[in-house]
Design a protein around this ligand. Structure first.
Ligand SMILES: [Zn+2]
Length: 198
């Protein structure tokens, strides 16, 4: 069985990373979604673990080590990691117009990392979360990201709408929004496991 690892990104002591009106804090939002994703996948019988149970910031090198320790134990091909975030245009306390979901992979991403990103992207589009960002044909954005670059298994970082877009924040904080963000991860990961990770 594939071991699903969820990284909830930043900690309570990470500065910035919030909506201009202070209603959404990225660390708290990512944790809430990570817990919902974990619970939902566990209910469906999947093996899930959050790699950052702590509330405070855990360095990327330690987060990558936690993932890789599991990869070495059960085999990299039997593991995947998704790191949950909210996007932002700036960090200057202003609202911006960029909206929507994007999936990101590392510069050295494996074919399976790209397939996992595409599964998540497809679900996000199905759920109407495309937004107004220029979207690459590949369904993911390639970036130098430690959690993707330095882990041994398929790895994707999701930017779940913009914490400095007013409409996105309203949606993210609604029950409808939380359900949609949770569902895109749960169903995207299951699609990947059923169709790719054989
Ligand atoms: Zn982030």
């Amino acid at each position: 069985m594939v071991k699903i690892l969820i990284d909830n990104g930043h900690g309570v002591n990470t500065t910035g990373k919030q909506s201009p009106d202070g209603r959404l804090h990225e660390y708290a939002y990512a944790r809430e979604i990570a817990k919902r994703v974990e619970k939902c996948l566990k209910c469906k019988g999947y093996d899930v673990e959050r790699i950052v149970p702590e509330e405070f910031d855990i360095s990327l090198s330690i987060r990558c080590k936690r993932v890789n320790d599991i990869c070495r134990k059960v085999g990299s091909k039997n593991v995947l990691v998704v790191s949950i975030h909210n996007n932002a245009v700036g960090s200057d306390g202003k609202w911006y117009s960029a909206r929507g979901f994007t999936a990101h992979v590392g510069l050295n991403a494996s074919a399976n990392s790209k397939r996992l990103a595409a599964c998540l992207w497809n679900k996000a589009i199905e759920l109407g979360l495309k937004g107004n960002r220029a979207v690459p044909n590949e369904k993911y954005i390639t970036q130098n990201l430690a959690i993707c670059r330095d882990t041994l298994c398929p790895a994707v970082l999701t930017e779940n709408l913009f914490q400095d877009n007013k409409e996105d924040v309203d949606f993210l904080l609604s029950e409808e929004g939380k359900t949609a963000i949770t569902t895109l991860h749960v169903e995207g990961i299951i699609d990947y496991i059923n169709n790719v990770a054989k």
